[in-house]
Design a protein around this ligand. Structure first.
Ligand code: TLP
Length: 341
């Protein structure tokens, strides 16, 4: 049986172009700084997000942790959104490795109000406090349903943070989904952050890899932190070759994932026993609540060849990506609808 895997957009397999690029990659040693394809990818990435420099890391988690460590000095506080990936799904690395204390705050689907940021800042003048030095934002916001932040929302948060002397790190794991969904250039959002992490290994279909981008001095320091974390890769061109394909040929295609996601949402929302907020259906992630236990449904669907992830006792996420075609989406609907009838 052909398995349709909606567990995550991280499951995508490399494209034929990627295998070809791997085979043709001229390799060096990236810790010595002489791997040509990695250099090319980093330059391309920096240019795409409008920053001075960029650095390849093995994962989004390492990218976020590296950025947090470079931006902060222990013991400081950093403001994080309460449902953010960096706060909930990165094993507390920011505390274990960077020695910082996260201060989680509420938001409107990832958009943190100016007053909320102001109220969360711990002033260095108070001897009791670990002073705040960084604001982390996430775009698209995974656990708010894959919703995007607009340039206006990003600029508001950035202005508030900068006025109080904070830096802003953007977890832009899916920032290209945010750009494609809004029909804008990714730079219209990344200009409102000091550093950004984005993933090659999600909708952009690379097997491995993320980039951290920011000012040149920031990236120089980030290279030291990456080495400390064990993320200095040698013939990294094997990975970077795929990344170049991701950035040059895989971005516009994300619109297909968004369309498949919407197609499915429009049908699921009509099912009795499903609660789904259509306003959150903006990119490739589809979250919905179910009357039945999520684990039961997921087991049933697995026997029909459909894999999905529970995100709560009665909540499920479907992630659409390049290995889920419209025909696959239709088959998922056939499998899923039968369990709701
Ligand atoms: N997200 C994964 C899981 O870890 C939940 C997924 O399937 O969505 N930031 C955001 C917003 C993410 O969604 C993820 C991965 C990361 C960072 C971390 O990236 P990796 O998995 O490369 O460390």
């Amino acid at each position: 049986m052909n398995i349709i895997d909606l567990r995550s957009d991280t499951v995508t397999k490399p494209t034929p172009d990627m295998y070809k690029a791997i085979a043709e990659a001229e390799l060096g040693d990236d810790v010595f700084g002489d791997d040509p394809v990695t250099i090319r990818l980093e330059e391309l990435a920096a240019e795409k997000v409008g920053k001075e420099a960029a650095m390849l890391v093995p994962s989004g988690t390492m990218g976020n942790l590296t950025a947090v460590k470079v931006h902060t000095r222990a013991p400081q506080e950093i403001i994080v959104e309460e449902k953010s990936h960096v706060y909930n799904y990165e094993v507390g690395g920011m505390s274990a490795v960077a020695g910082v204390l996260p201060r989680p705050v509420k938001s409107n689907k990832g958009h943190i109000a100016s007053e909320t940021i102001q109220a969360a800042i711990r002033d260095a003048a108070n001897v009791h406090y670990a002073p705040t030095s960084l604001l982390c934002v996430e775009n698209t916001h995974n656990f708010h349903g894959g919703v995007y932040l607009t340039p206006t929302q990003m600029s508001e948060m950035y202005a508030t943070a900068k006025a109080r002397g904070l830096n802003v790190h953007l977890d832009g794991a899916r920032i290209f989904n945010a750009a494609v969904a809004q029909g804008i250039n990714v730079r219209e959002m990344t200009r409102y952050c000091d550093s950004v992490q984005f993933c090659l290994s999600k909708g952009l279909a690379s097997p491995i890899g993320s980039l951290v981008a920011g000012p040149r001095g920031f990236i120089t320091e980030a290279r030291r932190v990456r080495k400390m974390l064990g993320g200095g890769m040698r013939q990294a061109g094997i990975v970077a070759a795929c990344g170049v394909v991701s950035l040059t040929r895989m971005v516009d295609r994300l619109a297909e994932d968004h369309a498949n996601c919407r197609w499915m949402a429009e049908r699921l929302v009509e099912c009795s026993g499903v609660t789904l907020d259509m306003a959150t259906v903006q990119t490739n992630l589809l979250f919905f609540r179910t009357a039945q236990p999520a684990a039961e449904l997921i087991t049933l669907w697995r026997s029909g060849g459909v894999l999905a992830t529970p995100v709560g006792a009665q909540e499920i996420r479907f992630a659409f990506h390049k290995d889920v075609s419209r025909a696959n989406t239709e088959r998922v609907w056939e499998v899923v609808r039968s369990t709701f009838e």
